[in-house]
Ligand binder design. Structure first.
Ligand code: HEM
Length: 125
């Protein structure tokens, strides 16, 4: 049996494993490395805080991901295809590492946020 996501350490494992997959992914990798030229030492801790706030009630994330992704969609296509691939990799990572209530919550929250993000991106066009 796999563990559930119980601590910030677990969140870091989830996030690190996920973005390693994202970087190598044909559909998504270039968006992070070539288009947004992500500063990983800056981005990863923000993602640890984002998911720790959602799953562990840490209240450490401050930011507006919706605006960031709307801005990103103005310089590179962020469509159903990119979001499906993002979710596929996120779910694959969750399933490899964790199971339980928080793992299920992470899955549902990612789906809901992705749906809302895509909707806002399409509405902003
Ligand atoms: C097509 C799918 C997606 C792509 C290509 C994408 C790409 C990116 C990129 C390039 C950044 C900026 C990193 C930086 O330079 O600081 C970012 C930030 C972020 N993304 Fe995504 N993203 C996607 C979907 C999602 C989804 C579904 C979520 C949430 C479930 C999410 C959550 C975040 C958060 C929280 C940030 C940090 C914003 C901040 O700095 O406050 N992203 N994303």
């Amino acid at each position: 049996m796999k563990p559930d996501i119980e601590s910030r350490d677990d969140v870091e494992t989830l996030v690190d494993t996920f973005y390693e997959k994202v970087k190598r992914n044909l559909t998504l990798g270039y968006i992070f490395t070539d288009v947004a030229k992500v500063d990983w030492p800056h981005h990863l801790p923000r993602m640890y805080s984002f998911w720790s706030s959602i799953l562990l009630g840490e209240q450490s994330y401050q930011g507006n991901p919706m605006i960031k992704h709307i801005e990103l969609s103005r310089i590179t296509p962020l469509t159903e295809a990119e979001f499906s691939e993002w979710l596929r990799l996120f779910h694959e990572t969750l399933d490899e590492l964790f199971e339980g209530e928080n793992a299920a919550e992470a899955r549902t929250r990612a789906e809901n946020i992705a749906r809302l993000m895509l909707f806002k991106i399409q509405s902003a066009r």
